[in-house]
Design a protein around this ligand. Structure first.
Ligand code: UD1
Length: 323
């Protein structure tokens, strides 16, 4: 399926991943209908998208079936990015996480079935693997989530597969590994790179939860966008694929790298208690995505950080000398 001129629906369109994906889809010539309840998403993220005449924005909630049925007209593909995204917040509010992620996704699947949508690409997460010791994480291994958030993403993956098997809907789950880049918010419940960049700009020390030996396979947003477009164009269905850079970095090394790249090595690193529900090591085997989708990550963590910092400085008029 070629996505040019397709009618595409993006949930979570005003969020970090949804808005980056939407800009690329519009650029490729797709018609995009965007949905967001603006709980975490921000209209500011749609500044570029709103310049396109083949973009429509609808404020509403994926848990509202009538709202979805009203706007689902001749949709070819749905990219489902709307979610409750924070692991620590899911520990504080498991019911809300369950409601948004599981009930919202089931609602979306039901609306898609009723309106004969052809394909859904779901934003899943590496958190479904939990802390099983085997590394790298491969799609076929046991999935034992250790946070309510992880449980919701795993349940949604199962729903994607069941809707494929039972109702013939074309579904794909992409297991993202720690996505970072432009428009990720600097809020206490956001990803660590956005939080640390905020600290660097404010000349504040970075805080590491735990000893800093935990590792993540940080993946640049442009590679995640690439993976989604490849998945949309591919005929596979009912599949689950890891999407990552395919190289882990320890949190302590990431902190040092961010301070070095921004010329802020004078700032310190403070250590705090480990976060409950935190996975220790997360590192992806991406051979399936490479083989099936011809996915090839183009950004190492350092390249991604540079691109992100440059975007940030330009956008907010900040004078950081990137090394
Ligand atoms: C992140 C995503 C989640 C996604 C998952 C896998 C966010 C908010 N969470 O979860 O949606 O499904 O990746 O793709 O984007 N840390 C610090 N100091 C800080 C903040 C965090 O040391 O100030 C540590 C955490 O304890 C953790 C690591 O950084 O060990 C990563 O945390 P975080 O960026 O919140 O991501 P995940 O919990 O891995």
């Amino acid at each position: 399926m070629n996505i040019e001129e397709k009618r595409i629906l993006v949930t979570g369109v005003a969020g970090f991943i949804g808005s980056n994906l939407t800009d690329r889809l519009l650029n490729l010539g797709a018609n995009v209908i965007g949905v967001d309840n603006l709980f975490n998403g921000r209209l500011e993220n749609l500044e570029e998208a709103l310049n396109y005449k083949h973009f429509q924005f609808h404020k509403g909630d994926i848990r509202d079936l009538n709202f979805l049925l009203d706007i689902f007209k001749d949709i070819d593909i749905i990219f489902h990015e709307a979610a409750f995204t924070s692991v620590p917040q899911s520990i504080k509010m498991p019911e809300s996480c369950n409601d948004v992620n599981i009930n919202g996704t089931l609602n979306l699947l039901n609306a898609a079935r009723k309106r004969d949508v052809k394909k859904i690409i779901f934003a899943s997460s590496s958190s479904i693997y939990g802390d099983t010791p085997t590394l790298p994480k491969i799609e076929s291994m046991p999935r034992i989530p250790i946070s309510p958030y992880g449980v919701t993403k795993l349940t949604c993956e199962s729903y994607m597969q069941v809707f494929h098997q039972v109702y013939g809907l074309n579904t794909i789950s992409l297991r993202y590994f720690n996505v970072f880049g432009p428009r990720q918010q600097d809020s206490p419940y956001s990803g660590v790179i956005a939080i640390w960049l905020g600290q660097i700009i404010k000349n504040k020390n970075l805080i590491i939860f735990g000893d800093g030996n935990q590792s993540r396979d940080f993946t640049y947003i442009k590679d995640v966008v690439q993976a989604n477009i490849l998945a949309a164009e591919n005929k596979i269905s009912g599949e689950i694929l890891n999407i990552a850079a395919g190289s882990p970095i320890k949190l302590l090394d990431l902190a040092k790298l961010m301070l070095k790249l921004t010329n802020k090595e004078d700032l310190g690193i403070n250590f705090d208690l480990p976060r409950p529900g935190d996975i220790i090591h997360s590192f992806a085997d991406i051979s399936k995505a490479k083989e099936v989708l011809k996915f090839q990550p183009k950004y190492t963590q350092e390249l991604g950080l540079r691109d992100y910092f440059e975007w940030y400085c330009k956008k907010y008029g900040i004078n950081l000398k990137i090394k």
